[in-house]
Design a protein around this ligand. Structure first.
Ligand code: NAD
Length: 294
């Protein structure tokens, strides 16, 4: 297939490379020309704009930072929808708010182009190893049509329901993860402060009812687990600012649905403070630093 790929950052670059590895012909575009040049060295055609990237391709895939970027790439005089041939399937893998995903998909449909939202989990490592999980919102036939392409970049491709539901799954999952990470940070630091060995405490939690992914697989307390960001000064992993972005999306979505998210809103504020304190570039488990005494 000839695929137009727009947004070649931390995630988009390895995802595009994996599509090329599977024999797809890629036409790529990013506002940062250097990022497209890297892929040109691997045989990809470089487009001069988003509009140009959508011309003469059989599918468009985007991996952009957030909702305003998705709007600007698709809509308006110089957007993808101005140039794309009717019938061309569109896959947006960016994490954005569900309402924007639904609006852009409706505009695409009006142009005769089926669009699915397919945000991912798995991070940069998952993008590189082609082991991402795709959470897909859209009509079933459009999901089925795009599945083989998504499988070149990930190992789990899950249909979540109608348009926007991929985003719903992504942001609600990450809200639960943030709350669970903060709870683990709070419990671990209190136990240590009250005199327990953090490793012993974690082993008890992990065979008791306090166990969760943040306690047994990604523990935020330094030295409890090897090979996690907590044991390398919170370098790498999933950035605290990306978690803050997802928490802001989820609290905004909750506002529009008039649904209380008491702990989600508190988690958003905790990550906002963490970012203001200068930790936004560290892994999100570094939120435990909010509880550690200097
Ligand atoms: P990134 O900032 O590294 O990459 C985004 C790219 O989009 C950049 O290269 C940027 O230049 C480009 N871009 C911005 N506006 C553009 C435009 N108008 N036209 C063309 N290109 C444009 O971000 P990322 O880490 O690759 O994340 C992409 C998306 O994936 C985000 O929505 C993020 O929330 C989500 N995500 C990221 C991770 C992660 O670990 N990095 C994990 C899961 C999901």
């Amino acid at each position: 297939m000839k695929i137009g790929f727009i947004g070649l950052g931390h995630m988009g670059n390895p995802m595009a490379r994996n599509l090329a590895k599977h024999g797809h012909a890629l036409k790529v575009y990013d506002v940062v020309p250097e990022l497209a040049r890297k892929l040109a060295e691997q045989g990809c055609e470089v487009a001069t704009s988003a509009v140009d990237c959508a011309r003469g391709v059989e599918m468009v895939v985007t991996m952009l930072p957030s909702s305003p970027h998705v709007r600007s790439v698709y809509l308006g005089e110089y957007g993808v929808l101005a140039a794309i041939a009717p019938g061309t399937p569109i896959v947006d893998c960016s994490t954005i708010d569900p309402l924007t995903a639904r609006e852009v998909a409706m505009d695409a449909k009006a142009k005769g182009c089926p669009m699915i939202d397919a945000p991912v989990s798995g991070g940069v490592a998952g993008a590189e190893a082609a082991t991402l999980t795709f959470m897909v919102g859209g009509d079933v036939p459009d999901f089925e049509r795009s599945k083989a392409v998504l499988q070149c970049m990930g190992k789990n491709v899950v249909h979540c329901g109608g348009s926007g539901n991929g985003q719903v799954a992504k942001i609600c999952n990450n809200m639960m993860l943030a709350i669970e990470m903060i709870a683990t940070a709070e419990g671990m630091t209190l136990a240590a402060q009250l005199g327990m060995d953090p490793k012993v405490f974690a082993s008890i939690v992990n065979t008791s009812s306090g166990r969760c992914w943040s306690s047994d697989t990604y523990n935020p307390f330094p030295g409890v687990l090897e090979n996690v960001p907590a044991s390398r000064d919170y370098a790498g992993g999933f950035g605290a600012d990306l978690m803050l972005k997802d928490l802001t999306l989820v609290t905004d979505a909750a506002k529009s649905a008039r649904q209380p998210v008491l702990l989600g809103a508190l988690a958003q504020q905790i990550y906002q403070k963490h970012s203001v304190d200068g930790h936004g570039g560290k892994d999100f488990s570094s939120v435990i630093l909010q509880y550690m005494k200097a």
